[in-house]
Design a protein around this ligand. Structure first.
Ligand code: PEP
Length: 259
């Protein structure tokens, strides 16, 4: 983390878990366990139907609420889809874009990810862009090339003035939901490469300001070590974000006093 130049962010991705009726209890527990997250921005990204319940439950706290996906079109005949305007209208602040599960199961491509990012930025949302290599790609030693490609494709035609609102999450696919965490050195290496790429594309000031998160089996035991790395500015957390005690421990690890 480097709090001098950028935000520390701990974001939960609840995926298709929990129910709207469980949100209030979750929020109450979290608020008790983390009375004040001074140094770190906390976000919970939840299924669309749970956003109103989450906004209500976290109303008197500093926890922001986000969606797990959004459609790239402004409006129209897209049955079952949700637009960026619908999200901002109800008060969502963040949106996860390009999660590997959406790329893998719902055919999201680098083109749709780029279009969704543009739509989210246009609407004033803060997108959390997910990128990450498969195990095969890591074993073939093409991780850096692949991540470079993914980030460049996602950011194509996005102007520098918009880029500051983007949060990037490096999520190696082999570490998501598997209990297999990247070592802090592995995670730092890729997060550092992403920052170097942003520097090349948008300049040093932007690169210094963009928050880059690690995601992939981050939990209450490994968070402090991962967050001790200079280019890891927080976490995107799946499984451990469903349990208030575990999520709180990660937030508290990110919220240690100091720079
Ligand atoms: C995720 O889905 O973004 C994620 C990181 O999940 P988990 O923490 O469960 O690996």
């Amino acid at each position: 983390m480097n709090r001098k130049y950028r935000k520390t962010i701990i974001a939960g991705n609840w995926k298709m878990n929990l129910l709207a009726s469980q949100v209030k209890l979750f929020a109450e527990s979290l608020k008790t366990l983390v009375p004040k997250a001074k140094w770190c921005e906390t976000v919970v990204c939840v299924p669309y139907v749970m956003i109103p319940a989450a906004l209500k439950a976290f109303k008197d706290s500093r926890v922001a609420v986000g969606a797990e996906n959004v459609n790239e079109n402004p409006k129209g005949a897209y049955t079952g889809e949700v637009s960026t305007a619908m999200l901002t209208d109800i008060g969502a602040k963040y949106v996860i874009i390009g999660h590997s599960e959406r790329r893998q199961y719902y055919g999201e491509t680098d083109f749709s990810v780029n279009a969704k990012l543009k739509a989210a930025l246009e609407a004033g949302l803060s997108p959390i862009l997910c990128v990450g290599e498969s195990l095969q790609q890591r074993e073939m030693d093409v991780t850096n090339e692949f991540i470079t490609y993914q980030v460049k494709a996602a950011l194509a035609d996005i102007p520098v003035e918009k880029i500051r609102r983007i949060v990037i999450a490096y999520e190696p696919i082999w570490a998501i939901g598997t209990g297999k965490t990247a070592t802090s050195d592995q995670a730092e290496e890729v997060c550092g490469e992403i920052r170097a790429l942003i520097r090349k594309l948008y300049g040093a000031r932007v690169a210094r300001a963009v928050s880059i998160l690690y995601g992939g089996s981050m939990n209450e035991k490994n968070a402090a070590e991962l967050l001790s790395k200079p280019d890891i500015d927080g976490g995107l957390i799946g499984g451990a974000s469903l349990v208030p005690e575990k999520f709180a421990a990660i937030i508290n690890a990110a919220n240690q006093d100091g720079e």
